[in-house]
Design a protein around this ligand. Structure first.
Ligand code: SF4
Length: 518
């Protein structure tokens, strides 16, 4: 709770921090999502960071969130502890907009947790930002999490039948109620008790006045790493790029199913859950993670380059140049160019300073959303047979615009190559994706997709090729990874009714051909 707030009342079962009035600006019209190329992507749903034992905990958490802005742009929050109370600040927008110097100064204390929430086209409200702060019988508790519980709806229904009153629709609140309702004596036991009742993907951080708990789900869907500062303070973060910015030393990955409990000078690693096969999200390598991060023990840039090399081995055509769809396609395009011997060129230039809203002229510009972000270079493309490398085709609408843009810049041929297999199924593990009916590769064969995007040829990386980054002596299969969006083989049972929960971003957008088929 906010410093200076009401004193703790042991009789209260649970009480959430009151949501202040929304700070969303009223006059801004967002870019039409149907024309926004970022809407035609899978979206990682958040980043978490935790600092323990450092006098500048909130400032470092802020920098960690800043480094992981790519994992969420809707809103951001930090809760710090001064040893006696939790102090919270949350807001809508980018990290740099939410946290100003005076805000960070107010977030005093030696420990803090922070969260970036990913952007949706739907409701943008403060209550969706994290960390959540609640009061319950053991005191104050802040929680933030990255992921999705596949049994959240059932668990929520059960809790409501037993009298719990929810304030938001977030899975994180389910966890808070489970912790508050647990009969175990200590917080760490209650957290373990709560986590044992949820299934799915999560990296979750809990902060009280004097302890920090970090947990990664038993399948290890989402990444979480541990780092250390020279003064002995600890940091946990979704990606190692956060550690690099705050100059913490990378210690190790937090293992699937591991619960880290940090209190005072002690750090305990607990393995309270039954062992299950690891299913780390392969899409972190394909698109989500920053290329300069090390995820699941491997450098993302290196993995993407290897995917590009393999793509060249499998799908090379006669061409003059290789170009990426920036930025995510760059490492794979470099690998493709190296392997094929073709020149690498930046035929598309990204504008890095594009906001989320625009004032468009009255005579609207065709394909404005893509054009404002990407520009095709005629000097590079004119008269050329071009291989374009992208990491995925989700609905196909953006690829179609990109192909057209390259042709309009004078390219003789446009050959689209995708550094992952066709995306045929939604994700239920903390990633915002369209439903089966909206995924173009679920509805159409590759040749029909090619026709739709108007490319001269289209090819994807094979399923086996996706694992070419693994050393040759290992089994180059999906063992240890989740790749359900390419295979429909979900590592945990999912309730397909939950597709409705995936609809936020992709709702009411321009639909590709065949959309609606299951
Ligand atoms: S379904 Fe796809 S995006 Fe979701 S966890 Fe599995 S690999 Fe990652």
């Amino acid at each position: 709770m906010e410093e200076g707030g009401e004193a703790r009342n042991p009789l209260k079962t649970i009480r959430f921090e009151v949501e202040p009035a929304s700070t969303a600006p009223a006059s801004i019209t967002p870019l039409d999502p149907a024309s926004d190329d970022t809407s035609d992507r899978f979206h990682e749903e958040c980043a978490v960071v935790g600092i323990y034992g450092h006098s500048e905990a909130a400032n470092l958490a802020y920098l960690g969130l800043y480094a992981m802005q790519h994992r969420g742009q809707e809103g951001s929050g930090i809760v710090s502890s001064n040893g006696k109370a939790l102090i919270s600040h949350r807001g809508l927008g980018l990290v740099a907009d939410v946290f100003h110097e005076n805000v960070i100064r107010r977030l005093v204390g030696n420990s803090a947790i922070g969260h970036n929430r990913y952007s949706t086209a739907g409701e943008t409200v403060l209550r969706n930002t994290q960390p959540l702060v609640a009061e319950f019988s053991l005191g104050s508790l802040a929680v933030c999490h990255n992921g999705n519980f596949v049994n959240a709806l059932e668990t929520r229904r059960r809790l409501e039948e037993n009298g719990s009153i929810f304030q938001s629709s977030s899975d994180t609140e389910v966890l808070v109620h489970l912790v508050a309702g647990s009969k175990r004596p200590s917080l760490i036991d209650r957290v373990i008790d709560a986590l044992a009742q949820v299934e799915g993907a999560y990296c979750v951080l809990f902060l009280t006045e004097d302890e920090l708990i970090a947990a990664r789900d038993p399948h290890g869907f989402r990444p979480l790493c541990l780092g250390k500062f020279p003064n002995g303070a600890w940091v946990v973060a979704s990606e190692t790029c956060a550690l690099d910015l705050v100059e913490a030393e990378y210690v190790r990955e937090i293992e699937p199913g591991e619960v880290l409990h940090i209190r005072g000078t002690e750090l305990h690693s607990l393995r309270p859950f039954a062992h299950v096969p690891t299913n780390a999200c392969i899409f972190e390598y394909v698109y989500f993670a920053r290329p300069d991060s090390n995820v699941y023990g491997r450098n993302v840039y290196g993995v993407r380059k290897e995917m590009g090399r393999q793509l060249a081995r499998e799908t090379l055509v006669d061409a003059d140049i290789v170009i990426p769809v920036p930025d995510s396609g760059v490492p794979a395009a470099l690998g493709f160019a190296e392997e094929s011997g073709l020149p690498f060129e930046m035929g598309l230039i990204r504008n890095h300073y594009v906001g989320r809203t625009f004032i468009e002229p009255k005579d609207s510009i065709r394909n404005f959303g893509v054009k404002v972000k990407l520009n095709a270079q005629r000097d590079v493309l004119e008269g050329k047979r071009v291989i374009v490398i992208d990491d995925s085709i989700v609905r196909g609408t953006t690829s179609r615009k990109i192909v057209r843009m390259i042709r309009n810049a004078g390219a003789k041929e446009v050959h689209m190559r995708i550094s992952a297999p066709p995306t045929i199924s939604p994700c239920y593990f903390g990633v915002d994706t369209p439903t089966h009916g909206e995924l173009i590769a679920n509805n159409l064969e590759i040749e029909a997709i090619r026709e739709y995007i108007q490319a001269d040829s289209l090819a994807y990386l094979s399923h086996e090729g996706l694992y070419a980054f693994l050393p040759p002596e290992t089994e180059r299969t999906s063992k240890g990874f989740c790749d359900a969006c390419f295979t429909r083989k979900y590592p945990v049972e999912v309730n397909h009714d939950q597709e409705a929960r995936q609809m936020r971003l992709f709702h009411a957008m321009e639909m590709p051909p065949g959309a609606g088929r299951q």
